[in-house]
Design a protein around this ligand. Structure first.
Ligand SMILES: NC(=O)c1ccc[n+]([C@@H]2O[C@H](COP(=O)([O-])OP(=O)(O)OC[C@H]3O[C@@H](n4cnc5c(N)ncnc54)[C@H](OP(=O)(O)O)[C@@H]3O)[C@@H](O)[C@H]2O)c1
Length: 248
């Protein structure tokens, strides 16, 4: 079932919704959106990052320096939270990838050790074998076969390991599956659908908004939630250039 959502609505939470959240990948562009939108919604947020100095002090925000491949540090940081959100990622195309599954293994072990049940993790529309956006000839025939199936292949293989590992747990998990990510200053309108949504692009602000909406609503527990942006589109040449050149 498809569902249209307005980004701003995700920031409207009641006092009873307020949650202590640990955000992994907090220093990345989606992670930063997650942290800011969660704080704006009144949640208490622990930003888990390898680069703590990149965060200015803010009410409700704790910043912790942790490498997600360090099992002991991950277990320690997960303790005391009610939910874990992850936007961890690596630059594709640089050899074998293991971060997604290694970090997921550490996070689920830490959650199990401390009785934390709710987990929302970013993966990708590409993990739905049936994802083929309608009306996107250039994307389906040129960009997707090369960018997603060749350059990012190793990353997607490890995301599959991550999803398989999380499915085996007794946690209340949700996979947030965006399409091609782009930067937009604020959440707009986006569409949600089970497994993957019909579209080529997802604004990081909308991905973050959809994850916070899911945290409150729980509509996709034990399911994958596709999310695509419906009202704005990026410039494709600018997007390719930015993704290829940005520092991580
Ligand atoms: N680009 C796309 O078109 C696309 C499409 C679909 C899905 N996705 C997925 O969407 C997610 C978010 O992507 P994004 O482009 O916003 O972010 P990103 O550039 O992939 O960065 C994610 C963050 O992960 C953190 N990280 C990496 N290795 C780590 C480690 N060992 N320990 C701790 N943190 C680590 C880093 O944050 P710190 O600096 O805080 O350590 C990094 O900034 C990723 O999972 C990506 O694969 C991307």
């Amino acid at each position: 079932m498809r569902r249209q959502c307005q980004g701003d609505a995700a920031t409207e939470s009641t006092e009873s919704d307020v949650t202590r959240i640990a955000v992994f990948g907090a220093g990345g562009p989606t992670g930063r959106q997650l942290v800011q939108q969660a704080l704006a919604a009144g949640h208490e947020v622990t930003a888990v990052t390898r680069r703590p100095p990149g965060f200015a002090p803010q009410a409700g925000l704790t910043v912790t320096g942790v490498d997600a491949t360090d099992a002991d540090a991950v277990e320690e940081v997960v303790a005391g939270h009610e939910a874990v959100l992850s936007a961890l990622g690596v630059a594709p195309g640089r050899g074998p990838v293991s971060l997604y599954s290694a970090a997921a293994g550490n996070i689920v072990a830490g959650m199990a050790a401390h009785g934390v049940k709710r987990l929302i993790v970013v993966s990708s529309s590409v993990l739905d074998p049936g994802w083929r956006p309608s009306g996107a000839f250039f994307f389906n025939n040129v960009l997707d076969p090369y960018v997603n199936r060749v350059i990012a292949r190793s990353a997607h293989e490890d995301m599959r390991r991550m999803e398989a590992l999380i499915r085996e747990t007794t946690l209340d998990w949700t996979f947030a599956r965006p399409s091609g990510l782009f930067d937009h200053p604020a959440a707009t309108r986006y569409e949600l659908a089970e497994n993957s949504a019909d579209g080529v692009f997802t604004a990081r602000a909308d991905l973050a908004a959809s994850m916070l909406r899911e945290l409150t609503e729980g509509a996709y527990v034990h399911r994958a939630m596709g999310v695509v942006t419906t009202d704005v589109r990026p410039s494709v040449p600018r997007l390719i250039w930015r993704e290829a050149t940005r520092k991580r």
